[in-house]
Design a protein around this ligand. Structure first.
Ligand SMILES: C[S@@+](CC[C@H](N)C(=O)[O-])C[C@H]1O[C@@H](n2cnc3c(N)ncnc32)[C@H](O)[C@@H]1O
Length: 379
């Protein structure tokens, strides 16, 4: 343990035009302490961090089910700290390094439970991050409170933060809304805990006590990163982040100390199949969508200079000039929007839906020509 070794994981195929810095150990698991390993990475180099740090669980002895069997709780050394103060020092130190290597418009996700998440929240704010949301991951199938002494602990909390109050960050709002059947995605997520085929086991025993569900990472990566982005996970465990990143066409860097987890992560990522490039494209907000000017359609000959445009009732006619402006009797020449507004005596007009090309057989609204251009040219 503590050996700073670079373990090359199977590469996720680069399927986007975005170039990642060459000096980053992409699609690699770095073995060692996360603070030391993060120090080896260049400043402002990763787009997003997902961190599932030790929770410093204070369980106070073994947990048993009503039938007397012992609950498989987290009692590993990596989760133990001498005191809350020691945990706080550790949290501050890794969050500070994380901030150095995040890009100015990057964001960080940290998951935790009631044992640690409030301390993590304080440390995030003390390090200058700006909290954007806390997400409640409501477990569809939580472990009951066997003793009946407290409420069933049925959720974990994720904090999502940007680099500062004024920092920009990636949020694929439209993709999240589409994922949620056209309803704005809320901050409470109902997702089952990791189980079934997805749960890694060796000889019938769980490989890792806190393997996170891929569905959780799927949503986070879709929401806050884009294909080709570099995602860092400083507490990689079984590599849930790496497996989902590979599937979704993102690049990853994992950091983990324990040999056994690294081996499991490597095998798992090897098996993960990257989705096709066209599959990982998501809905975009209109303002994020490629903007195409009317002049572009003229330039490339999709609407030739000299073409006559008209409205649905053929009340007005305008001629397209070489620079994409329109000439219309009784109006000063101008853009499709300006001239459209002018002929109607309206304060504004969406020229894309107002003007049509008369093909002789039908009127074709120019917005459909724009859609054709986007289909043919959008990456
Ligand atoms: C909560 S688990 C993460 C589980 C992971 N998200 C998954 O889905 O498998 C935390 C992991 O961090 C590792 N870890 C703890 N302290 C670390 C440190 N200082 N540096 C690197 N790894 C560490 C542990 O070995 C453990 O695998």
């Amino acid at each position: 343990m503590g050996v700073m070794e670079r373990v090359k994981a199977p590469a996720a195929k680069q399927r986007t035009p975005k170039a990642a810095p060459l000096d980053l150990p992409l699609d690699t698991i770095l073995q060692g302490d996360c603070i030391a390993m993060m120090r080896s990475l260049p400043a402002a180099s990763v787009a997003m961090i997902f961190a599932d740090p030790p929770y410093n669980l204070q369980l106070g002895g073994d947990l048993h089910r009503p039938d007397g069997s012992q609950v498989d709780a987290v009692d590993d050394d990596w989760d133990k700290f001498d005191s809350l103060a020691a945990y706080d020092r550790f949290t501050h130190a890794w969050l500070k390094e994380a901030k150095r290597i995040l890009k100015p418009n990057g964001s960080i996700w940290v998951i935790g439970s009631y044992h640690n998440i409030f301390r993590v929240g304080t440390a995030l704010q003390d390090n200058g991050y700006w909290i954007l949301n806390d997400i409640v991951w409501r477990k569809a199938n939580p472990m009951p409170n066997f003793k009946g002494t407290r409420f069933t602990n049925a959720h974990e909390t994720l904090i999502w933060a940007s680099m500062g109050e004024k920092s920009r960050y990636t949020f694929n709002y439209r993709a999240m809304k589409t994922l949620n059947d056209e309803l704005q995605m809320r901050s409470d997520w109902l997702i089952p805990i990791c189980g079934g085929q997805e749960r890694l086991k060796k000889g019938g025993t769980k490989v890792h006590p806190t393997q996170k569900p891929e569905a959780l990472l799927y949503r986070i990566l879709l929401a806050c990163s884009n294909p080709g982005d570099v995602i860092l996970d400083p507490f990689f465990g079984t590599g849930t982040t790496g497996a989902v990143a590979k599937r979704l066409g993102r690049r990853f860097i994992g950091i983990e100390r324990e040999d056994g987890y690294i081996e499991a992560a490597k095998e798992r990522i090897e098996m993960a199949l990257p989705l096709d490039e066209s599959t990982v494209r998501t809905m975009m907000a209109p303002k994020a969508a490629t903007r195409v000017a009317f002049g572009t359609l003229v330039e490339c000959g999709m609407i030739a200079p000299g073409t006559t445009l008209t409205d649905t009732k053929r009340r007005w006619k305008a001629m397209v000039r070489v620079d994409g402006s329109l000439e219309c009797e009784g109006q000063p020449a101008g853009s499709i929007h300006k001239v459209g507004a002018g002929v109607q005596g309206a304060p504004s007009c969406n020229g894309w839906t107002f003007w049509h090309v008369d093909t002789g057989k039908e009127l074709r609204v120019i917005d459909t020509v724009r859609q054709d251009w986007l289909l043919a040219n959008e990456a």
